[in-house]
Design a protein around this ligand. Sequence first.
Ligand code: DGT
Ligand code: CA
Ligand code: CA
Length: 581
Amino acid sequence: MENADIAKIFYEIADLLEIKGENPFRVRSYRNAGIVIEGLPESVKAIVERNEKELEEIPGIGKSIHEKIVEILKTGRCSYHQELLKEFPSGLLELLRVQGVGPKKVKLLYEELGIKNISDLEKAASAGKLRGLPGMGEKTEANILKAIKGLKGSEGRFKIAVALSYAEPLVEYLKKAPDVFDVQPAGSLRRWKDTIGDIDILVTCKKSAPVMDRFAAYPDVDTVVAKGETKSTVILKNGLQADVRVLDKKAFGAALQYFTGSKQHNIAIRDRAKRMGLKLSEYGVFREKDDKWIAGESEEDVYKAVGLPWIPAELRENRGEIEAAEKNKLPELVEIKDIKGDFHIHTKESDGSNTIEEMAEYAMKKGYKYIAITEHSKAVGIAHGLDEKRLLKQIEEIEKINAKFEALNLKFKILKGTEVDIKADGSLDLDKKVLEKLDIVVGAVHSRFNMTEDEMTNRLIKAIESGIVNIIAHPTGRLIAAREPYPLNMKKVMEAAKRNNVIMELNAYPDRLDLNDIHCKLAKDIGVMVAISTDSHNKMQMENIRFGVYTARRGWLEKEDILNTRPLNDVLKMLKLQGQV
Ligand code: DGT
Ligand code: CA
Ligand code: CA
């Protein structure tokens, strides 16, 4: 059981309690436990194995949650959760995956129309049966049908953070098999795609059988689908498939190249090899006319054999990387170590769980030079957003902390900021005079996602042209496998951003990754600067920066394309440019 699955149980308990109409505080405490567990950088399993008492130090985990975690780790399930599940039909919870359908709506749909699962809901919406219910109309039906369609597209895929939380310990586990030389993840995982269909792992070793035995005996395995000498496939307990392939050392590079993909990249490379009189397979590069082995031990050798420099895995999507490699014009991709700060941080004051100082200290430990505190604004009531008065108070508090840091000669600065809500008409949710007192203004859409493309594009452009907003946060509003992006003309938005020196956020939260890889490349082509931000609601979530950096790499971004690779003085200069067109 990895953190994502333990968190899922607590989320489900919260949802079930809410469907039942239970006390909102209890609902919130379970949901909060889910958020906290999902955000932990270390697996709960490892923490409990080391010292169960450490659980008590984690904020949001009280006695009752603590006991449930231990039970889940011991038995794989939580009896309280099971009891709640028994009270409802089995498909009811899946209704929550439909965008726009929350626990209250589920209750209504179930009680009024007997809707028990997504298929029932689809039928009822198609038949126009929802429009009679309170708060629902024709538009709701259309939106629900659209959301169900979107859901079907993402079925069977896992968010990269979830897949990694399984793949990383599995790789470490396989490394401990006898006489193993190397264990490497390949496939979409190595390319850091935002969602993962299955885990592909490659192994070189002296003898295959002990590795395959160990793999099949992995405690998280649910079913062994196939077990052979060169390939085994299992389904893990969370439904994720994992393939392990054992390879010859001499073919390792060729296999790594082949199984890293993408398929489109491989097809293009293979065609290229063909034109050169070569044959490329997972076993190596061979001369067509006499099958003579040319290369295969390392990936570098394979690319060299087809006349190319090595291409970073994240670029291998056949989106121009082969042409760029040919001309020796591959980008020098941004790296995690280039990141010097974070411009999107929440604290206890809105819906986060740490204080400003705790967030700052954690950032300092990471070697950062600055963070921006960016709480929600008042329109976002559920997140306890700040009005002008509370924001002014927070500004004072930050100034005090900065003065303290300066006295201690810590070279670290907290920027005064906000994540101000961009209202439906494109205006900002806080008074201009107060916004002008801040170092940085992050603007974001949190409501009215159902606008037309033109309306939404104009809404964002109006915020961009305000002369106040520095960064547009999570520009498309998507939540992977849960909420489709709102319709938007990204090119127009970015062109406006370019004209106004406004920066686009790449939100690194693994459910968002918004901008996505393709948008990042568009930003580079248009010349818009990108900020990689974690949107952290607790200090551990700052570790999500890696998902942002790798998405940026998939979008061809280099150090200089990214605002938070720059030293503080440069950043402040760039923020001042905003609005001066
Ligand atoms: P996923 O699992 O859907 O997230 O995506 P991948 O890219 O991991 O795809 P997967 O697991 O089906 O296959 C792993 C790699 O193996 C893939 O990236 C490229 C390679 N591969 C699979 N099938 C083919 C194929 O038919 N032709 C070529 N050239 N390569 C293939
Ligand atoms: Ca795969
Ligand atoms: Ca596979």
